[in-house]
Design a protein around this ligand. Structure first.
Ligand SMILES: C[S@@+](CC[C@H](N)C(=O)[O-])C[C@H]1O[C@@H](n2cnc3c(N)ncnc32)[C@H](O)[C@@H]1O
Length: 256
């Protein structure tokens, strides 16, 4: 017979790629991945996507409706691709906060943007998407690009994003998703599980992190499931756009 007390005490598990790990371990394992890849992150992004990630990000900026004077939060902002563009749009009257949980990624992002002369209207904050350290109803736009997949409690993160957005504010979730055709799915699987880890090994001497990337994409909720999760967090008018045949999807929701 099972002891209900022990059952209660047993720690819940979650996935880290295809592995099942205690929930308390996932953040640490994700941290190891991003500490390891931070220095070569931008180079790998360009190589792996053939530069297409720039188009996915450009579309995210367009759909955000960001305007001069806006306050923008770029969660899991990493090396700052979105923050840099937002900084130009919001101007001196606005503010961009690049938040990331990982000190190595934040450092690469901060150094890169400062080198490009982007400093006046941007702040760098080390923060967990699940517990955002910002006031209620504070931002006009909140983005998370290729970040939600790595978060242990995605519902908590979506609720936290909802809380810090102003009414009328927009959330944009850019993330890998489910290819829309079986043929593309097959080609993409071979690429992800054979070529990506090999590229990771050659360029970062770290095949495991890129194997995690491929596996974590497969474990992430598909387009419709994520749409339901964003709606459950309280957002309205939730829509998504498939890009590159659904390899990536951009979800958008509005806080009522
Ligand atoms: C794949 S990178 C994306 C970086 C950037 N947004 C981009 O699109 O290039 C994922 C980022 O998510 C961050 N991250 C992972 N878990 C997080 C969490 N719980 N809260 C905030 N950031 C997190 C990582 O440190 C990493 O910088």
């Amino acid at each position: 017979m099972t002891d209900p007390q022990n059952e209660h005490d047993a720690e819940r598990t979650t996935h880290f790629g295809y592995q099942s790990v205690p929930e308390s371990l996932k953040a640490q394992k994700v941290a190891e991945v991003f500490h390891s890849v931070a220095a070569k992150y931008d180079l790998m992004n360009d190589l792996m996507s053939g530069g297409i990630h720039r188009l996915w990000k450009r579309f995210t900026i367009e759909l955000s409706g960001a305007r001069p004077g806006n306050r923008i939060l770029d969660i899991a902002g990493g090396t700052g691709d979105l923050s840099r563009q937002f900084s130009k749009i919001v101007g001196d009257a606005g503010e961009v906060v690049l938040a990331d949980i990982n000190a190595s990624m934040l450092k690469v992002g901060r150094d890169r943007l400062l080198d490009q002369g982007i400093a006046r209207n941007i702040r760098f904050v080390q923060a967990d998407a699940e517990k955002l350290p910002f006031p209620d109803n504070h931002f006009d736009v909140v983005t998370i690009a290729f970040g939600l997949r790595n978060v242990t409690h995605k519902e908590a993160a979506l609720e936290s994003m909802f809380r810090v957005l102003k009414p009328g504010g927009r959330v944009l979730v850019l993330e890998f998703s489910k290819p829309t055709t079986a043929l593309l799915s097959k080609v993409y699987d071979s690429y992800s599980f054979k070529i990506l880890p090999l590229m990771g090994k050659l360029i970062t001497q770290d095949a495991d992190s890129y194997r995690y990337l491929a596996e974590s994409i497969r474990m992430h909720p598909d387009q419709e499931t994520l749409k339901g999760m964003i709606t459950n967090a309280g957002f309205e008018r939730v829509t998504y756009h498939n890009m590159t045949g659904g390899i990536v999807a951009l979800h958008r929701g509005v806080k009522p």
